[in-house]
Design a protein around this ligand. Structure first.
Ligand code: H79
Length: 456
């Protein structure tokens, strides 16, 4: 099959999916947006615009696993907390008993959203359902949800959706579409360990996954992101049943973890930052300590400095940072996370301009830190303040119109050109921010560097 034929078949398939979707979901018939497969570059850019501008989001991993919080039968279970059921091979009936202790009476979604906003985050992605199958919302297709299985008895996503709307924060859902360790037929990485898990996966997809994804994309207002995870035992046929559901939310952005060959809108490096960025929209998701779901004894917190450097490093490579919090079963975000988010927020308040809506650094490597860019501007993120007060910008050929500290815009800095390829900025003797002081260069024309430039 040549390229043209395969392209035509692909387009035909996409049209069939679009039509099927319009028939299956009558509300979709009026949707003006095209399926992502058929979009022009301009349409895609428009759909992705807020996400590319945002750069920074909050991931929330919350569920019944916050009750054992990393401990089963008095033993500390190694690894990530939300995997405790799988790692300790806890039988379904026994795991379900934890729900009786899941009573987040201190849950205050308004406070969570305000915290995200204060940190400078522009969107929140919360686990509507993780691999343990427990739904944080009132699902009509199962009793394994917060309303039916816990003393709390109220939908947790409703309040969060309302708070996000109120504070202008975009809301996304993480939904484990394939792995489900409590519903028969759901997949389990490493295989099932309890016969209660056995069943037909196609039936599981049809009767649990599809209606649940329909519920989360219907009952909570505008949903900006659908974060599939993980493609265990998925295939094209299974993915094709789930994929059309995204049209319930026009303009929604999805990740690359559905399976079945769907690329989605962005790639998802997990717990690492790609060395040179990626040639497709991408988002690094990362924990603040060593776990996504709450673990009572994980105190291995990254420093605020590391977290800010990560955010800047990611922005300098053109990606987004989705930084996780794992609330307790009482409904509290752990204090070390709160402290760090507030500290990041202080930095963002001064320096947000050098993160939001920026594009990747044109430089390959800078000895003292990182660079982010906007048309006509370079933001030099100085992690290591030069002892001699001279900041070298190697290879820059553009005329520099003006240089100043982002935190003190009025204070212009002297700029000299040592040779045609080296600009030197004279800095004050001391950094303003020990973590990252941002120097702004206003430059003339399109960026021009010596020799090879990294194009984005
Ligand atoms: O939700 C978080 C993780 O639970 C989820 N993705 C992030 C966002 C995730 N699901 N699967 N994986 C990540 C791949 C990792 C698997 C591991 Fe394991 C879990 C490594 C150690 C525990 C599976 C079980 C592989 C080895 C043991």
């Amino acid at each position: 099959m040549n390229d043209k034929t395969s392209q035509r078949i692909f387009v035909n398939q996409a049209i069939v999916i679009g039509v099927l979707c319009a028939l299956t979901f009558p509300g979709c018939a009026q949707i003006a947006t095209k399926p992502p497969e058929l979009e022009t570059k301009q349409q895609r850019d428009k759909r992705m615009a807020w996400w590319r501008e945002a750069r920074f989001g909050m991931f929330i991993h919350w569920g019944v696993y916050s009750v054992p919080a990393g401990i089963y039968k008095d033993k500390k279970i190694p690894g990530i907390g939300e995997w405790i059921m799988n790692r300790a091979r806890i039988p379904v009936a026994e795991y379900k008993k934890y729900a009786k202790q899941f009573n987040p009476v201190k849950y205050n979604p308004d406070e969570w959203v305000r915290l995200a906003k204060e940190a400078g985050m522009k969107y929140i992605v919360i686990t509507s359902k993780h691999h343990d199958g427990f739904a944080l919302f009132d699902s009509k297709v199962t009793n394994w949800d917060v309303v039916d299985a816990t003393p709390y008895g109220k939908d947790l996503l409703k309040g969060l959706a309302a708070a996000c709307k109120k504070h202008g924060i975009k809301l996304g859902f993480y939904h484990s579409q394939a792995q489900d360790w409590c519903h028969p037929g759901g997949a389990a990485s490493g295989g099932h360990w309890d016969k209660a898990q056995n069943g037909d996966m196609d039936k599981y997809i049809r009767e649990i996954a599809v209606p649940q994804v329909r519920e989360i994309l219907t009952n909570y207002g505008d949903i900006a992101v659908l974060w599939w995870d993980t493609p265990t035992n998925m295939n094209k046929k299974r993915a094709d049943v789930l994929r059309p559901l995204i049209h319930l939310q026009p303009g929604i952005i999805t990740n690359n973890r559905l399976g079945g060959g769907y690329r989605g809108d962005f790639s998802t490096p997990e717990q690492h930052i790609p060395a040179t960025g990626l040639d497709y929209d991408w988002e690094t998701c990362m924990t603040m300590n060593g776990t996504w779901g709450y673990k009572s004894y994980d105190h291995d917190w990254k420093s605020t400095e590391t977290l800010i450097h990560n955010l800047v490093d990611i922005a300098s490579k053109g990606g987004n940072y989705l930084l996780n919090v794992g609330p307790t079963s009482e409904g509290l975000i752990p204090e070390p996370s709160v402290i760090r988010l507030k500290e990041i927020g202080k930095w963002m308040k001064v320096n947000g301009e050098s993160i939001y809506g920026t594009s990747a650094s044109p430089f390959r490597k800078l000895d003292w830190g990182r660079c982010t860019a906007k048309p006509g501007k370079l933001y030099l993120h100085v992690f290591d303040w030069p002892a001699n007060g001279k900041l070298e910008v190697p290879g820059l050929r553009n005329k520099v119109k003006k240089a100043y500290l982002l935190a003190e815009k009025k204070h212009e800095l002297a700029v000299t050109r040592e040779d045609k390829d080296k600009v030197v900025i004279t800095l004050p003797p001391k950094s303003l921010d020990a973590i990252d002081t941002v120097v702004v260069l206003e430059i003339k024309g399109k960026i021009k560097l010596r020799g090879e430039t990294k194009t984005k």
